[in-house]
Design a protein around this ligand. Structure first.
Ligand code: URA
Length: 180
């Protein structure tokens, strides 16, 4: 069992617990400040992330970086991870067995980072972390406190690429992070 970042990263790189390992180029573990106050959780790596081994470096990530800049958050200050660490084929949603195989890694990341706040990006992160009864449309922008962590659900940045009108709410939600 892994107790340290080194052991966790080693276990992720060797992982073959679900079928996603067969198609991966790189395992995308996480990036940023390992002692961050704020952690972001997305869905799973896309094509760019799979190549670089870093979360949110593609188009959706660029949009998130713009929002960070706009509200004065530095990417290096926060910690960013995903529900699954290997790219689902054609960027489909992670399946239940894939998310649950990967969950012990994410749980360990949360334990090690020990953030005050976790921002849940989109429905996949929201439902996996807080429960299936939650939905992003009704939950976004509303704080949920659970087990000593404040969760803030918001849209996944890829949703903003499909529907620009969501940008305003995404920015509004992220702004809540600077007044806390
Ligand atoms: N979408 C995600 O959910 N995570 C990434 O790392 C990239 C795109």
């Amino acid at each position: 069992m892994y107790q340290t970042w080194e052991e966790l990263e080693e276990a992720c790189k060797k992982c073959s617990k679900c079928k996603l390992y067969t198609g991966r180029k790189k395992v995308v573990i996480g990036t940023g400040n390992k002692n961050a106050k704020i952690m972001f959780i997305g869905e799973g790596p896309g094509a760019d992330e799979d190549i670089q081994g870093i979360p949110f470096v593609g188009k959706a990530g660029k949009l998130m970086d713009q929002a960070f800049q706009g509200i004065g958050i530095k990417r290096e200050e926060v910690y960013i991870a995903n529900i699954v660490k290997c790219r689902p084929p054609n960027n489909r949603n992670p399946e239940e067995d894939e998310a649950s195989s990967c969950r012990e890694f994410l749980n360990m990341q949360i334990k090690l980072v020990n953030p005050e706040i976790i921002v849940l990006l989109g429905n996949v992160a929201l439902k996996n972390i807080l429960g299936k009864e939650y939905g992003i449309t009704s939950s976004r922008g509303k704080w949920v406190e659970k087990d000593g962590i404040k969760y803030l659900p918001t849209f996944h940045p890829a949703a903003l690429l499909r529907d620009e009108s969501k940008k305003i709410d995404f920015w509004k939600d992220l702004k809540k992070l600077i007044y806390i």
